[in-house]
Design a protein around this ligand. Structure first.
Ligand code: URP
Ligand code: ZN
Ligand code: ZN
Ligand code: ZN
Length: 467
């Protein structure tokens, strides 16, 4: 017997509209919406009734860029699929798309199987995978076709990290050509890693070892150059392109120009680039290591271009690039050499709240908040309308959001498995109250009521943002 759930009296906010409506859930899906107070809604009954008066009723967040148990710099990101998806749920995210990694010399399949093994039975919310291709060759190009068919329809390539994940322009072009033919979407880490490695070597030789030099050598111009090159390679290949973790205003300008030409080029940014800056990287006593990620944090004046890009749709998605490393024992690997600090920051728990704060601050409209955090990531990665909206037939991944509650972010109260918060002490207006995943309460009035293993692997279709 299925449990019917009724959410009464809230303001339902989707990317498309805002309506005062009651939401009926049955068999894990949205069964119907009807105007609050209407005869239709009044006739509904359910075993579970949630009062959403003075609350928003929004789709569960879709975080299209996470790294649980990710190998980097001789260590692994500190959230497992269990701890990371639980923290995501606390923050109102009900789907993550994580990156499976192909090891050099191995098949894509082997990497994907390994990531399934890490996630299977451990997730509190639904999950899907992208594939990091670190070895583009004839065999792996063919394997891409099969992955698209089975629901892993996006492939991350790196213009950074020579000797690790790096692909050269020829490999990138081949992968783009393949994706152009099989419906896959190439996701690009756009930084000129060859040039950056020269600057790293020169900085270290001059004794510039502090975390802030991570930001100085990974220059905005080298992000812009790589972004430009990726766009041109995609244009030559006749393939769409999604640029991940855009942080430099010069890179936004490259995306804007390409989109003005009508090219199918998309960009993602992350909360850390919208709310933090090189001032954080410069924090004394090696505290700046907490903010080492790539692309790096930029001087504050870049933020206006990111907000504008989000408003003008030159940037379409905000994901977290959640890749946490503890300060103690992990970030500390880079004391005396910033290039040995594992790259990545925690954030999966706070994306929805930080972006709601952007609504409060006037950077975004409410519907745009839902569009960049829920609907567009779902469409971009072939999950819509199952995920990313509240409409009949959609999975009942629903967040009851209190827009007036006040909270202060702190490592003492967050749920991510990491010993610091990049937003320690930051005060926010708005907070997640209750979260349903396919109709099941995962967070109930700020108590975790979910379980590891509820979250299901979700095969994806191809990019729906091109339709
Ligand atoms: O610093 C970052 N972003 N770490 C995760 C790996 C990546 O490049 O996305
Ligand atoms: Zn209202
Ligand atoms: Zn990256
Ligand atoms: Zn990443």
């Amino acid at each position: 017997m299925s449990t019917r759930t009724l959410i009464r009296g809230g303001l339902v906010v989707t990317a498309a509209e805002e309506t005062h409506a009651d939401v009926l859930i049955e068999d894990g899906r949205i069964a119907a919406l009807a105007a609050s107070g209407s005869a239709a809604a009044g006739a509904w009954s359910a075993e579970r009734v949630i009062d959403a008066t003075d609350r928003y009723v929004i789709p569960g967040g879709v975080d299209a860029h996470t790294h649980m148990e990710f190998p980097f710099g001789g260590t692994f990101s500190s959230d497992t699929f269990e701890t990371g998806t639980r923290a995501a749920a606390w923050g109102g995210t009900t789907t993550i798309v994580d990156f499976a990694v192909q090891s050099k010399g191995k098949a894509l399949r082997a990497g994907l199987d390994a990531w399934h093994a890490k996630a299977d039975g451990n997730c509190a919310i639904d999950y899907a995978f992208h594939m990091i291709v670190s070895d583009v060759n004839e065999a792996t190009l063919k394997q891409m076709d099969g992955l698209v068919e089975e629901g892993v329809s996006s492939f991350k390539l790196f213009m950074a990290y020579p000797g690790v994940f790096y692909s050269d322009d020829g490999q990138i072009l081949r992968a783009m050509q393949r994706a152009g033919g099989n419906g896959g979407l190439i996701m690009m880490h756009a930084e000129n890693g060859i040039a950056i490695d020269v600057l790293v070597e020169q900085a270290l030789a001059r004794g510039r070892t502090d975390p802030r030099y991570h930001g100085e050598v990974r220059k905005a111009l080298l992000e812009a150059e790589a972004t430009h090159r990726a766009i041109k390679l995609a244009q030559v290949a006749g393939a769409p392109l999604y640029v991940v973790h855009v942080s430099a205003r010069e890179a936004v300008a490259e995306l804007t120009r390409a989109r003005d030409e009508g090219l199918p080029v998309f960009g993602e940014t992350c909360p850390q680039y919208l709310f933090l800056s090189t001032d954080n990287l410069a924090e004394p006593d090696f505290q700046g290591a907490k903010y080492v990620c790539s692309t790096p944090l930029r001087p504050q004046e870049h933020q206006a271009a990111l907000w504008r890009g989000l408003r003008t749709n030159d940037l379409q998605v905000v994901s977290t690039d959640h890749c946490p490393f503890c300060f103690s024992g992990q970030k500390e690997l880079g004391r005396g050499d910033f290039s040995k600090i594992p790259n990545g920051m925690p954030g999966v728990e706070h994306r929805m709240d930080l972006l709601h704060q952007a609504v409060v601050d006037g950077h975004l409209s409410r519907r745009r908040w839902i569009e960049i955090a829920c609907a567009t990531p779902a469409r971009m990665f072939g999950l819509y309308p199952k995920k990313g909206t509240i409409a009949p037939g959609a999975d009942a991944d629903v967040v009851i959001y209190d827009p007036h509650a006040e909270q202060t972010i702190s490592a003492a109260t967050h749920h991510m498995n990491v010993d610091y918060s990049a937003y320690e002490g930051k005060r926010l207006t708005g907070r997640v109250e209750t979260v349903l995943s396919r109709g099941e309460p995962v967070i109930t009035q700020r108590e975790f009521t979910g379980r590891a293993g509820h979250g299901a692997y979700t095969a994806r279709g191809t990019c729906q943002y091109l339709d």
